[in-house]
Ligand binder design. Structure first.
Ligand SMILES: *Cc1c(COP(=O)(O)O)cnc(C)c1O
Length: 470
């Protein structure tokens, strides 16, 4: 399997060459040159596999430069009951007939990002060890990515993590989770700005190729291909649990921000997993809902980006979206470069022609939007009728699932975080605190490690350089 860039650079690269990277050199994102196809016989064979084995089967279709036995051992060390709480790893719980919640948030940081990040920690350690190299991971987070990355990389030999987050904008619990880690290889940097300022700094540093090479800058943002790949696995695992025959269709409702989670669903569907539709849910930051409704992709200014009660979906542009558009345009790298290069920088977006926009449905995509009032109503209703607490992001997904679901359509809603991470919204909706896992009792009162910086690329570079010399 070889990987190519969405912006036309067709230099074939292998998995381990792109594992430690973010953007491709031409500014595009990596995708496999083709999607491996999974037939009914393969699904039948995979149906009874434990999660770790399923992961190793799927990953091995995309990775041919890590020996199969090593890959399998990595998956088995990662997807354990100890780390994820159950043998099923991503158990489904039924809500009402034909509607389930898939639990993706029982890893160390209680959000679905652990599903990919825990594997990435193992992959990075493996590959860096094999090469005898070190890596400085630079990332941007509005909450869940940062803690998931830090918990995946803490204490890993050869790895330093520099994590940018918008100063004062994460929930107290999220701040405590990240800033309280004592590991010397973890560096928290709070940027005086919004999430997109953080993300722009990461992009600026990564596109300075000299700096990137000299300081061995790597990425764990959702544009990292290995993360997307790891997420493909739980679409299969969820689909197996919701079906009993290998030709049944299931749809997925996905709370979306940077389009990473749902992009993995798109890839699973392209591989031939019988996914009916992908119901994409946004919050008030509805860049993606607007696109799927109208064909117009319009990046929002920072001032237009709302701070919402599902903060991990507060985006002004969706960094993984380019991957889908590349497929939508029949993998036309030149056109993708026009839209995402000059289109975004000069016009702040683009409008697809009607024919291209109409093809989104053929790819299974439907979208919807959820507001603060919807979120509260959905959390309340789910608690009253089913006795189950859901987090605000999952509530956005469930709201859109209910609204868009067709008669007899079976829908799995992806649970992207546990309610305890966003307790103030739960208290607002239900008048009570969500339960907290014992391991996380009192983390708000632990000592914190964090440096506050203005949104200045040079300052961030200087900080990385200073730590690299040590
Ligand atoms: C990251 C995140 C999302 C959005 O996922 P994307 O892959 O960025 O679309 C949704 N909910 C939660 C809780 C998250 O942490």
């Amino acid at each position: 399997m070889r990987y190519v860039s969405t912006r036309g650079d067709a230099t074939p690269r292998r998995f381990c060459e792109i594992l430690l990277e973010g953007l491709a050199p031409d500014g595009g994102l990596y995708l496999p040159e083709r999607y491996p196809q999974v037939d009914v016989g393969t699904l039948a064979r995979w149906r009874r596999l434990p999660y770790a084995e399923l992961a190793s089967e799927i990953l091995s279709l995309f990775i041919d430069d890590i020996p199969a036995a090593d890959l399998r051992a990595l998956c088995e060390r990662t997807y354990t009951r100890e780390r994820f709480g159950t043998d099923a790893i991503v158990p489904l719980r039924p809500l009402e007939p034909g509607l389930w919640i898939e639990a993706l948030s029982n890893g160390p940081t209680l959000a679905f990002k652990d599903m990919a990040m825990q594997l990435l920690g193992g992959l990075f350690e493996y590959e860096l060890g094999r090469r005898g190299e070190r890596l400085n991971i630079l990332g941007a987070t509005s909450g869940d990515t940062g803690s998931a990355a830090e918990y995946a990389m803490r204490g890993k030999a050869g790895v330093q993590v520099f994590m940018l987050s918008p100063h004062g904008r994460m929930s107290p619990f999220q701040q405590a989770q990240m800033y309280s880690l004592p590991d010397a290889n973890i560096h928290n940097i709070a940027i005086e700005g919004v999430f997109d300022d953080c993300q722009d700094i990461v992009k600026a540093v990564s596109s300075d190729l000299d700096f990137k090479r000299r300081y061995r800058i790597g990425s764990v943002n959702s544009i990292n291909w290995a993360r997307l790949l790891a997420q493909v696995v739980y679409y299969f695992a969820g689909w197996f649990q919701a079906t009993s025959a290998n030709d049944e269709r299931v749809s997925f409702a996905v709370p979306s921000g940077n389009f990473g989670n749902v992009c993995a669903g798109h890839i699973a569907r392209m591989m031939g997993l019988p996914i009916g539709r992908l119901l994409l849910a946004t919050n008030e930051n509805d860049v993606l809902d607007e696109f799927f409704r109208t064909g117009r992709y319009r990046v929002r200014a920072a001032a237009e980006t709302h701070e919402t009660s599902s903060p991990s979906m507060d985006i002004s542009k969706a960094s993984n979206f380019e991957r889908f558009v590349f497929d939508l345009l029949g993998r036309d790298g030149t056109r993708t470069r026009e839209l995402f290069g000059t289109g975004l920088s000069r016009e702040g977006g683009f409008v697809l022609d009607a024919a291209a926009h109409a093809r989104c449905r053929g790819f299974g995509f439907v979208s919807g939007r959820s507001t603060h009032a919807d979120r509260l109503a959905t959390i309340r209703d789910t608690w009253q009728r089913f006795g189950t607490m859901i987090d605000p992001h999952t509530a956005d997904g469930l709201k859109v699932a209910r609204e868009r679901r067709l008669v007899d359509e079976r829908v799995v809603v992806l649970e992207t975080a546990l309610p305890v991470k966003f307790s103030s919204t739960l208290v607002e909706a239900l008048g009570q605190e969500p339960p907290r896992p014992a391991a996380l009792a009192g983390i708000e009162s632990l000592p914190r490690r964090c440096e506050v910086l203005p949104p200045d690329v040079a300052r961030v570079k200087a900080l990385i350089a200073a730590h690299d010399r040590r």
